[in-house]
Design a protein around this ligand. Sequence first.
Ligand SMILES: Cc1ncc(C[n+]2csc(CCOP(=O)(O)OP(=O)(O)O)c2C)c(N)n1
Length: 371
Amino acid sequence: MLNIADFCFELQKNDIGFFCGVPDSLLKSFCAFISDNYPEDKNVITANEGNAIALASGYYLATGKIGCVYMQNSGLGNCVNPLLSLADKDVYGIPMLLIIGWRGEPNVKDEPQHIKQGQVTLSLLDAMEIEYRVLENMSDISTLVPLIKQNNKPYALVIRKGTFDTYTLKGGKSDCSDLSREDAIKCVVSRLNERDVIVSTTGMISRELYEIRDENKTGHQRDFLTVGSMGHASSIALGIALSKANRRIYCFDGDGAVLMHMGAPAVIASLKPTNFRHIMFNNQAHDSVGGQPTVAGNINFVGWAKSVGYIFAQAVDSLDSLNEVWDKFSHVMGPAFLEIKVKKGARSDLGRPKERPQENKALFMKFLEER
Ligand SMILES: Cc1ncc(C[n+]2csc(CCOP(=O)(O)OP(=O)(O)O)c2C)c(N)n1
């Protein structure tokens, strides 16, 4: 196990002091350490991983120095385009160090959404001709950095589960509400009718929804749990909303997920799906992977939602205000947007869906078929 402070010191010794990316649970210690020890303009948490490749490219163009881009391997998809059409040695040849958390490593137990991604992570890097090493010791950094500089292209360090020791985020922003996300979800679920459809986002929002359904003994057929594919729940919900005009479709989103593909709601609103209801649980953080801040605290989401074309948009921050606005939100002609401000954190014993994604899909499709 590597000490995270030593690891970051080793990077600094090799003149790597600019970081950007999207947090990952396997990189929790790393992300927390750099959050606590670098100013905001030296550790930029980007909206998605592709943005981070572009940002590190700009940093290199301006300084001639190598930036470090961190991500979960599920974010590789978001960076294929800028890696191949910007940073690649046959295009601009931009050197940078990628630090990639290896979820779903073969023969290591993990959740279904990580299995395929984990199996193909190294071959994806091979296909993109990105050289890599699986991080074993500090000397991997000092051997890799000269290669990156010499060859003017991205190199990757792939990080296995348990590579780093534990470091807990000390800083971090204060909560924007006293309401817990789980209580907010519970309240919303209690206000839905039994034909209403939910598409929920990646991470703890779906896990909490799943447990609430278990607790209520109402089954899981009404919920599509978008366990992977972060940022795409609203587009999945749109596909359903456009084809099922007689059902109300609720998207349960997170602020990190909305920010990741913020163009999607503009397209959703342009189609005016009257049955579309978008709920964003805003804790201003990537809570599911360690609580690193998003920029959601700086955004007037109600103004944004209205400006992209949602017919109704409102924000609440307590169960009282949620209950007060609910009838209007659920009955207005959509598309409608509701921001529920919640605090960070979840129960330590929060479970995970027991059924496989294909089972979830089959039950959900049957539920959608019902008139
Ligand atoms: C493309 C991609 N990048 C990163 C991740 C890792 N990841 C899983 S959940 C999550 C945070 C989600 O934050 P948010 O939507 O705000 O919901 P919260 O966890 O705060 O409830 C991240 C970064 C992922 N699953 N997919």
